[in-house]
Write a protein that binds this ligand. Sequence first.
Ligand code: NAP
Ligand code: MN
Length: 264
Amino acid sequence: MTSSIYFYYKKDHVTKETLELLEKLAISYQFVVTKKSNVADYIICLGDDGVFLQSVRNTGFRENCTYIGMSLTNAHGLYNDFSLEEPETLFQTLTFAPVETEQFPLVDVSINDEVPFYCLNEVSIRSSIIKTIAIEVYIDNLYLERFRGDGLIVSTPSGSTAYNKSLNGAILDPTMPCFQMTEIASLNNNDYRTLGTSLVLSHNKKLRLEIIQDGNDHPIIGLDNEAYAIRNINNISVQMTNKFIHLIKLPNNNYWERIKRTFL
Ligand code: NAP
Ligand code: MN
Protein backbone atom coordinates (compact mmCIF):
# COMPACT_ATOMS: atom_id res chain seq x y z
CA MET A 1 0.00 0.00 0.00
CA THR A 2 1.25 3.49 -0.75
CA SER A 3 2.13 5.64 2.22
CA SER A 4 1.15 9.27 2.48
CA ILE A 5 3.29 12.22 3.47
CA TYR A 6 2.30 15.56 4.95
CA PHE A 7 4.86 18.39 4.92
CA TYR A 8 4.73 20.79 7.87
CA TYR A 9 6.61 24.08 7.44
CA LYS A 10 6.45 27.76 8.16
CA LYS A 11 5.52 29.64 5.00
CA ASP A 12 8.26 32.23 5.27
CA HIS A 13 10.96 29.60 5.89
CA VAL A 14 10.47 27.29 2.90
CA THR A 15 10.21 28.50 -0.70
CA LYS A 16 7.60 27.31 -3.15
CA GLU A 17 10.38 25.81 -5.29
CA THR A 18 11.75 23.76 -2.39
CA LEU A 19 8.33 22.44 -1.59
CA GLU A 20 7.68 21.52 -5.21
CA LEU A 21 11.00 19.70 -5.34
CA LEU A 22 10.13 17.70 -2.20
CA GLU A 23 6.67 16.85 -3.51
CA LYS A 24 8.11 15.69 -6.84
CA LEU A 25 10.69 13.55 -5.08
CA ALA A 26 8.03 12.02 -2.83
CA ILE A 27 5.89 11.12 -5.84
CA SER A 28 8.87 9.68 -7.72
CA TYR A 29 9.41 7.34 -4.75
CA GLN A 30 5.74 6.25 -4.93
CA PHE A 31 4.46 8.25 -1.96
CA VAL A 32 1.22 10.19 -1.96
CA VAL A 33 1.47 13.80 -0.81
CA THR A 34 -1.51 14.81 1.30
CA LYS A 35 -2.69 18.18 2.59
CA LYS A 36 -4.43 16.44 5.50
CA SER A 37 -2.17 16.02 8.50
CA ASN A 38 -4.76 13.86 10.29
CA VAL A 39 -4.50 10.99 7.80
CA ALA A 40 -0.81 11.11 6.79
CA ASP A 41 1.42 8.13 7.57
CA TYR A 42 4.47 10.41 7.78
CA ILE A 43 4.52 13.98 9.03
CA ILE A 44 7.69 15.64 7.83
CA CYS A 45 8.61 18.81 9.71
CA LEU A 46 10.79 21.20 7.73
CA GLY A 47 12.72 23.29 10.23
CA ASP A 48 14.57 23.23 13.52
CA ASP A 49 13.52 21.75 16.87
CA GLY A 50 11.29 24.76 17.52
CA VAL A 51 9.34 24.08 14.32
CA PHE A 52 9.22 20.38 15.17
CA LEU A 53 7.57 21.17 18.52
CA GLN A 54 4.97 23.32 16.76
CA SER A 55 4.32 20.69 14.11
CA VAL A 56 3.57 18.05 16.72
CA ARG A 57 1.26 20.43 18.63
CA ASN A 58 -0.52 21.72 15.53
CA THR A 59 -1.15 18.23 14.16
CA GLY A 60 -2.67 17.07 17.45
CA PHE A 61 0.14 14.89 18.94
CA ARG A 62 -0.89 12.00 16.71
CA GLU A 63 0.01 8.50 17.86
CA ASN A 64 -0.62 6.58 14.67
CA CYS A 65 1.88 8.30 12.38
CA THR A 66 5.64 8.75 12.24
CA TYR A 67 7.06 12.23 12.81
CA ILE A 68 10.27 13.06 10.98
CA GLY A 69 12.36 16.20 11.40
CA MET A 70 14.19 17.66 8.40
CA SER A 71 16.41 20.62 9.10
CA LEU A 72 16.71 23.46 6.59
CA THR A 73 20.48 23.58 7.05
CA ASN A 74 23.19 21.07 7.72
CA ALA A 75 22.71 21.38 11.49
CA HIS A 76 20.71 18.62 13.18
CA GLY A 77 18.72 19.30 16.33
CA LEU A 78 17.49 16.74 18.79
CA TYR A 79 14.37 15.92 16.77
CA ASN A 80 15.89 16.34 13.27
CA ASP A 81 17.31 13.37 11.43
CA PHE A 82 17.41 14.61 7.85
CA SER A 83 18.53 17.74 6.08
CA LEU A 84 17.13 19.71 3.16
CA GLU A 85 20.68 19.80 1.82
CA GLU A 86 20.27 16.11 0.87
CA PRO A 87 16.52 15.74 0.42
CA GLU A 88 16.68 12.45 -1.45
CA THR A 89 18.20 10.60 1.53
CA LEU A 90 14.86 10.82 3.33
CA PHE A 91 12.86 9.16 0.57
CA GLN A 92 15.56 6.53 -0.02
CA THR A 93 15.50 5.69 3.67
CA LEU A 94 11.73 5.43 3.83
CA THR A 95 11.73 3.25 0.72
CA PHE A 96 14.70 0.95 1.21
CA ALA A 97 15.49 0.81 4.93
CA PRO A 98 13.29 -0.94 7.47
CA VAL A 99 11.54 2.00 9.13
CA GLU A 100 11.35 1.59 12.87
CA THR A 101 10.16 4.17 15.35
CA GLU A 102 11.15 5.34 18.80
CA GLN A 103 8.53 6.46 21.33
CA PHE A 104 8.73 9.83 23.07
CA PRO A 105 6.44 10.29 26.07
CA LEU A 106 4.27 13.37 26.65
CA VAL A 107 3.13 15.09 29.81
CA ASP A 108 -0.40 16.20 30.41
CA VAL A 109 -0.79 19.67 31.92
CA SER A 110 -4.01 20.95 33.39
CA ILE A 111 -4.18 24.65 34.27
CA ASN A 112 -6.79 25.84 36.80
CA ASP A 113 -8.28 22.31 36.70
CA GLU A 114 -9.35 22.74 33.08
CA VAL A 115 -9.05 20.43 30.06
CA PRO A 116 -5.43 19.29 29.85
CA PHE A 117 -2.82 20.15 27.21
CA TYR A 118 -0.02 17.88 26.06
CA CYS A 119 3.63 18.89 26.05
CA LEU A 120 6.51 17.18 24.29
CA ASN A 121 9.30 19.26 25.90
CA GLU A 122 7.97 20.93 29.05
CA VAL A 123 5.60 23.30 30.75
CA SER A 124 7.35 26.37 32.11
CA ILE A 125 6.00 28.77 34.72
CA ARG A 126 7.88 32.03 35.13
CA SER A 127 7.26 35.22 37.04
CA SER A 128 6.17 37.90 34.60
CA ILE A 129 7.31 40.77 36.84
CA ILE A 130 10.55 41.73 38.58
CA LYS A 131 9.33 40.20 41.86
CA THR A 132 9.62 36.49 42.64
CA ILE A 133 6.70 34.11 42.36
CA ALA A 134 5.67 31.72 45.17
CA ILE A 135 4.40 28.25 44.38
CA GLU A 136 3.39 25.42 46.69
CA VAL A 137 4.48 22.01 45.44
CA TYR A 138 2.42 18.89 46.12
CA ILE A 139 3.26 15.33 45.06
CA ASP A 140 -0.04 13.47 44.90
CA ASN A 141 -1.63 14.82 48.07
CA LEU A 142 1.59 15.37 49.96
CA TYR A 143 2.59 18.99 50.55
CA LEU A 144 6.33 19.07 49.80
CA GLU A 145 7.62 22.63 49.79
CA ARG A 146 6.93 26.27 49.12
CA PHE A 147 9.06 27.56 46.26
CA ARG A 148 9.91 31.22 45.80
CA GLY A 149 12.00 32.35 42.88
CA ASP A 150 11.80 32.95 39.14
CA GLY A 151 9.73 29.87 38.34
CA LEU A 152 9.54 26.12 37.80
CA ILE A 153 9.59 23.91 34.77
CA VAL A 154 8.32 20.38 34.39
CA SER A 155 9.82 18.46 31.50
CA THR A 156 9.48 15.16 29.69
CA PRO A 157 12.50 12.92 29.03
CA SER A 158 13.00 14.29 25.49
CA GLY A 159 12.51 17.81 26.83
CA SER A 160 15.15 17.14 29.47
CA THR A 161 17.84 18.27 27.03
CA ALA A 162 16.16 21.64 26.43
CA TYR A 163 15.28 24.26 29.10
CA ASN A 164 15.76 21.65 31.84
CA LYS A 165 19.38 21.10 30.83
CA SER A 166 20.14 24.84 31.02
CA LEU A 167 18.90 24.68 34.63
CA ASN A 168 21.24 21.78 35.44
CA GLY A 169 18.47 19.18 35.41
CA ALA A 170 19.40 15.62 34.52
CA ILE A 171 19.11 14.21 31.03
CA LEU A 172 16.61 11.36 31.06
CA ASP A 173 16.29 8.44 28.69
CA PRO A 174 12.84 8.53 27.02
CA THR A 175 12.42 4.79 27.52
CA MET A 176 11.85 5.66 31.20
CA PRO A 177 8.31 6.94 31.62
CA CYS A 178 8.98 9.73 34.09
CA PHE A 179 9.01 13.51 34.33
CA GLN A 180 11.16 16.09 36.03
CA MET A 181 10.55 19.32 37.95
CA THR A 182 13.37 21.87 37.88
CA GLU A 183 13.72 25.17 39.71
CA ILE A 184 14.54 28.51 38.15
CA ALA A 185 16.58 30.47 40.69
CA SER A 186 14.99 29.49 44.00
CA LEU A 187 15.36 31.67 47.05
CA ASN A 188 16.52 29.66 50.03
CA ASN A 189 16.38 31.33 53.42
CA ASN A 190 14.62 30.90 56.77
CA ASP A 191 11.23 31.70 55.24
CA TYR A 192 11.50 29.74 52.03
CA ARG A 193 13.18 26.38 51.76
CA THR A 194 13.13 23.97 48.84
CA LEU A 195 15.13 20.87 48.05
CA GLY A 196 17.08 22.93 45.54
CA THR A 197 17.67 20.03 43.19
CA SER A 198 15.57 18.80 40.33
CA LEU A 199 13.09 16.01 41.08
CA VAL A 200 12.35 13.05 38.86
CA LEU A 201 8.87 11.60 39.37
CA SER A 202 7.56 8.27 38.19
CA HIS A 203 4.70 7.95 35.73
CA ASN A 204 2.11 7.18 38.41
CA LYS A 205 2.74 10.37 40.39
CA LYS A 206 0.88 13.62 40.04
CA LEU A 207 2.52 16.97 40.59
CA ARG A 208 0.34 19.86 41.67
CA LEU A 209 1.65 23.42 41.74
CA GLU A 210 -0.45 25.98 43.58
CA ILE A 211 0.42 29.55 42.75
CA ILE A 212 0.22 31.74 45.85
CA GLN A 213 -2.36 34.44 45.18
CA ASP A 214 -0.27 37.35 46.41
CA GLY A 215 -0.56 39.66 43.44
CA ASN A 216 2.14 37.87 41.46
CA ASP A 217 -0.22 35.23 40.14
CA HIS A 218 -0.16 36.06 36.43
CA PRO A 219 2.98 34.12 35.46
CA ILE A 220 4.14 33.42 31.91
CA ILE A 221 3.17 29.86 31.09
CA GLY A 222 4.94 28.11 28.22
CA LEU A 223 3.62 24.87 26.75
CA ASP A 224 6.73 23.83 24.80
CA ASN A 225 7.27 26.94 22.68
CA GLU A 226 3.74 28.21 22.83
CA ALA A 227 2.60 30.83 25.33
CA TYR A 228 -0.58 30.08 27.25
CA ALA A 229 -2.76 33.15 27.10
CA ILE A 230 -4.70 32.98 30.36
CA ARG A 231 -4.58 35.65 32.99
CA ASN A 232 -4.83 34.49 36.57
CA ILE A 233 -3.22 31.14 37.35
CA ASN A 234 -4.33 29.33 40.47
CA ASN A 235 -2.93 25.84 40.01
CA ILE A 236 -1.20 23.59 37.53
CA SER A 237 -1.28 19.78 37.61
CA VAL A 238 1.18 17.70 35.66
CA GLN A 239 1.28 13.98 35.09
CA MET A 240 2.53 11.52 32.53
CA THR A 241 0.12 10.43 29.82
CA ASN A 242 -0.10 7.00 28.28
CA LYS A 243 0.37 8.83 24.99
CA PHE A 244 3.56 8.88 22.94
CA ILE A 245 4.60 10.34 19.64
CA HIS A 246 6.70 8.20 17.35
CA LEU A 247 9.88 9.43 15.73
CA ILE A 248 11.74 7.66 12.99
CA LYS A 249 14.36 5.27 14.35
CA LEU A 250 17.38 4.82 12.09
CA PRO A 251 20.40 2.63 12.80
CA ASN A 252 22.36 5.68 13.97
CA ASN A 253 19.80 7.79 15.77
CA ASN A 254 18.93 6.26 19.08
CA TYR A 255 18.35 8.82 21.81
CA TRP A 256 21.95 8.90 23.03
CA GLU A 257 23.20 9.33 19.49
CA ARG A 258 20.79 12.25 19.15
CA ILE A 259 22.31 13.76 22.29
CA LYS A 260 25.86 13.21 21.12
CA ARG A 261 25.27 14.80 17.74
CA THR A 262 23.42 17.76 19.29
CA PHE A 263 25.73 18.58 22.18
CA LEU A 264 29.13 16.93 21.91
P1 NAP B 1 14.50 28.79 21.08
O1 NAP B 1 14.61 29.85 22.10
O2 NAP B 1 14.89 29.06 19.69
O3 NAP B 1 15.17 27.41 21.56
C1 NAP B 1 16.17 27.28 22.44
C2 NAP B 1 17.07 26.13 22.01
O4 NAP B 1 16.54 24.88 22.47
C3 NAP B 1 17.26 25.99 20.50
O5 NAP B 1 18.62 25.76 20.29
C4 NAP B 1 16.43 24.76 20.17
O6 NAP B 1 16.92 24.07 19.03
C5 NAP B 1 16.67 23.94 21.40
N1 NAP B 1 15.75 22.84 21.68
C6 NAP B 1 14.39 22.80 21.59
N2 NAP B 1 13.93 21.62 22.02
C7 NAP B 1 15.01 20.87 22.37
C8 NAP B 1 15.18 19.57 22.91
N3 NAP B 1 14.14 18.78 23.20
N4 NAP B 1 16.45 19.14 23.18
C9 NAP B 1 17.51 19.92 22.92
N5 NAP B 1 17.42 21.17 22.42
C10 NAP B 1 16.18 21.64 22.17
O7 NAP B 1 12.96 28.27 21.08
P2 NAP B 1 12.41 27.05 20.25
O8 NAP B 1 13.34 26.63 19.19
O9 NAP B 1 11.04 27.40 19.91
O10 NAP B 1 12.40 25.85 21.33
C11 NAP B 1 11.54 25.88 22.41
C12 NAP B 1 12.24 25.32 23.60
O11 NAP B 1 13.28 26.20 24.00
C13 NAP B 1 11.38 25.20 24.83
O12 NAP B 1 10.57 24.04 24.79
C14 NAP B 1 12.42 25.19 25.92
O13 NAP B 1 12.82 23.88 26.23
C15 NAP B 1 13.62 25.88 25.32
N6 NAP B 1 13.98 27.06 26.10
C16 NAP B 1 15.20 27.06 26.66
C17 NAP B 1 15.60 28.10 27.46
C18 NAP B 1 16.95 28.04 28.06
O14 NAP B 1 17.66 27.07 27.80
N7 NAP B 1 17.33 29.01 28.86
C19 NAP B 1 14.73 29.17 27.70
C20 NAP B 1 13.48 29.15 27.09
C21 NAP B 1 13.10 28.07 26.30
P3 NAP B 1 16.65 24.61 17.54
O15 NAP B 1 17.61 25.74 17.33
O16 NAP B 1 16.92 23.42 16.68
O17 NAP B 1 15.21 25.08 17.47
MN1 MN C 1 14.54 27.28 17.64
